[in-house]
Design a protein around this ligand. Sequence first.
Ligand SMILES: CC(C)(COP(=O)(O)OP(=O)(O)OC[C@H]1O[C@@H](n2cnc3c(N)ncnc32)[C@H](O)[C@@H]1OP(=O)(O)O)[C@@H](O)C(=O)NCCC(=O)NCCS
Length: 179
Amino acid sequence: MIESETQSFHASVNNIHFRTPSIEDGLAVWRLVQATGTLEVNTAYFYLIFCEEFQNTCLLAEHDGQVVGVVLGFRRPKSTDTLFCWQIGVLPSVRGQGLAKQMLKAWLRLAGNESVTHVQATVAKDNPASDRLFRAFARDLGAQCNITPWLTSPLLPSGHSEEPLYDISPIGRQPSHKH
Ligand SMILES: CC(C)(COP(=O)(O)OP(=O)(O)OC[C@H]1O[C@@H](n2cnc3c(N)ncnc32)[C@H](O)[C@@H]1OP(=O)(O)O)[C@@H](O)C(=O)NCCC(=O)NCCS
């Protein structure tokens, strides 16, 4: 079902609307994560709760009522000026048009992300698209992208690529958008 839904979808990034999610979007987000083919898929329950509890620091991209992209983020409890990107994904049919970068920029402008000074994410060593995305995002902001080891082999199950930490800073003051 998911496959046919996503395969039949084609759109340009022009008519895309950004908003924060609610618990009602949890299932659509879970399906989108499956459709990316790369992201580690958590349970549907996880996405329902994430969309509810971290609503103000997450962003959906919608086209004609369909979720075509998502940024799932939270402010790190130990360092609340740091915004952590847990997962970002775009449907295969709308990739390569700058949508992920637009999403990250809109995500930074959310009211819930005001006064953030650092953006962080981990990027698997075998994910060049993600590596390029975060480097390009940092470059466009005029920020540094510092990459340090974090989730190394001893911490991960066998066969899982290491995930260095990407730390992007400084993040300037973003005018906030209420969604
Ligand atoms: C990573 C992902 C979100 C990028 O989405 P996208 O909308 O295609 O990205 P954009 O078009 O905004 O491109 C952003 C930058 O990354 C580069 N890029 C994107 N996909 C790329 C690829 N497959 N190979 C190399 N570079 C790529 C673009 O050229 C651009 O860089 P530039 O500004 O220097 O030209 C998308 O490929 C995806 O959903 N992948 C599966 C999920 C995933 O791996 N998420 C990241 C881990 S959390």
